[in-house]
Structures are given as C-alpha cells and as structure tokens.
Design a binder for this molecule. Structure first.
Ligand code: MN
Length: 264
C-alpha cells in the first residue's frame, strides 16, 4: 500500500503545497533550500508548537528532520502530566521556514490565526528517526520555553473503516515522567505567543485589517465561535488604536511650537 507516512522516503512538501494557494496566503511556500545537511549533522534541531485557531483550536507540534518539519496536530495541546495521552494527528510535513510563522491565514486550508506558542530545540532519543516513525514510537527531548524534558509520540491502531489517506495518522503525545513533568496545565498557564506575548487578537490586530474585515477568516466553513470572538476583539483594538492620538514622533525631538534650543 502506498502510504507516504510509512514510506522510508521523506514526505516531500507536495501535500503542503497542494493544499495552499501561495498567492492568497502569507504562509511560506518552502521554496528556500533547506540548510545543507551533507557536511555534518547539525547539533541542534528546531522544534515549535504553533497554536492554530482554525475551524477548531489545536496545537501543531513540529520537529525538524531532514530539512523539513515533521508535524502533528494536537487538539488538546501538549500536557506536562505523564498520565495524559493526548491525541496527535500526523499531518503533512511543513517547510522548515514555516516554523517561525505567526500570523493570519486568510483563506483556504487552515484558514485562521497562527500563534507561535513555543519553540526551541529537540533531540531524538533514538538512533534513527525514520525507523522510529515507521515503527510508530518516537522518543525525544524538547528544550523550549514552555516544553522541556522527555516525550514520546506513539502511533495507535487505526480504527476500522479509517480511509486510506488517514491511515497511520493517529498518534498519542505523552510526557515522560521527569523533572519537567507535573500537574501544571501549561496551555492555560502559558497561553500566549512566545514571540511577543500576544494573544490571537493581537496577532489579528497587527495584520492588515482588509484581510479579515472583507475576507472573513474561515471561509472554508463557518468560523468558530472562538474565532468570531477573537476577530471582534481585534477589531476593537484597531478602533481604539486609531482613536488614540498619535504620540509625539519622538520624545527627544522638539515639538514644533517650542523655541529651538539655544546654540551652544
Ligand atoms: Mn494547524
């Protein structure tokens, strides 16, 4: 069976590109060549978690591997509690340069708002990542701002009747018990962007209003209640910002109605 998720070859970015119209989305196309891996293996591998408010809120865990980002969508987000097993749906590999993206996907696949929720480096706890993926058991260590320590992604059995394209996509994300595990609800405790401490509405408000005023996020389906609330909050922020008189361009610059300082 041709299941690209199980194949030994790296999943190319075809699926990522096929789902997106780069004339309409600010997401990176992944044209940039990945950093050369041939000379020596890099010591550090990038990882990130993007909190993605699309038709449903979820957290996209991405691990750099062979120049792309292996990706899993975790609806509940990561849990630091080693007793939790959170569903993680393997999604298509993303281009490396997607990993720092934070912004608005105006329409089409994944339409909504993307927040860079955590990033850092990761290390496989296995010799061969491809073999671990094929086996369905990838142990790894994260060193981010919010997520640290040892984790595992375990593939689960497909439920009967799972369509061919969805087979092998169902995994669980589990925190190993270690110094960094605990009962703290990290998604509630640290809900904001690791880039600028903004929330979804701040990300939206920072974008060109035309994107969402005329385009409306989530044209692929009805926008979720949460997304509608975020859009409303962002609109309020923009209105308030426009109402507030511009502060002086520079505090050090002298206002026009004041006498110029005496020459020394
Ligand atoms: Mn997503």
């Amino acid at each position: 069976m041709a299941d690209s998720l199980h194949s030994k070859h790296r999943m190319p970015l075809d699926e990522y590109r096929r789902k997106r119209d780069f004339a309409k989305t600010p997401e990176p196309a992944g044209d940039r060549k990945p950093r050369s891996r041939k000379i020596r293996k890099p010591k550090t591998l990038y990882f990130c978690v993007q909190k993605h408010l699309a038709s449903r809120l979820h957290y996209d865990l991405r691990l750099e591997h062979d120049g792309v980002l292996l990706s899993w969508a975790v609806p509940k987000g990561p849990s630091l509690d080693h007793r939790d097993k959170h569903m993680a749906v393997r999604t298509e590999d993303h281009p490396y340069d997607y990993g720092e993206f934070e912004g608005v996907i105006p329409e089409g696949y994944g339409a909504g708002v993307v927040m860079l929720w955590d990033y850092g480096t990761w290390q496989p706890e296995v010799e061969d990542v491809d073999a671990a993926l094929q086996k369905g058991d990838l142990k790894f260590t994260l060193d981010g701002y919010k997520l640290k320590g040892s984790w595992v992604l375990v593939r689960t059995r497909d439920r009967p009747g799972t369509s061919a394209s969805q087979q092998g996509r169902s995994w669980l994300l589990i925190k190993h018990r270690d110094h960094w595990s605990g009962a703290l609800d990290i998604t509630t405790f640290a809900p904001l962007s690791v880039k600028n401490e903004g929330d979804f509405d701040d990300i939206l408000a920072a974008e060109m209003p035309a994107i969402w005023v005329t385009g409306r996020p989530g044209t692929g389906g009805a926008p979720s209640k949460m997304l509608r609330e975020v859009v409303a909050k962002a609109a309020t922020k923009i209105v308030e910002r426009e109402r507030t008189p511009e502060p002086p361009a520079s505090r050090r610059g002298r206002p026009a109605n004041r006498k110029p300082p005496r020459s020394r």
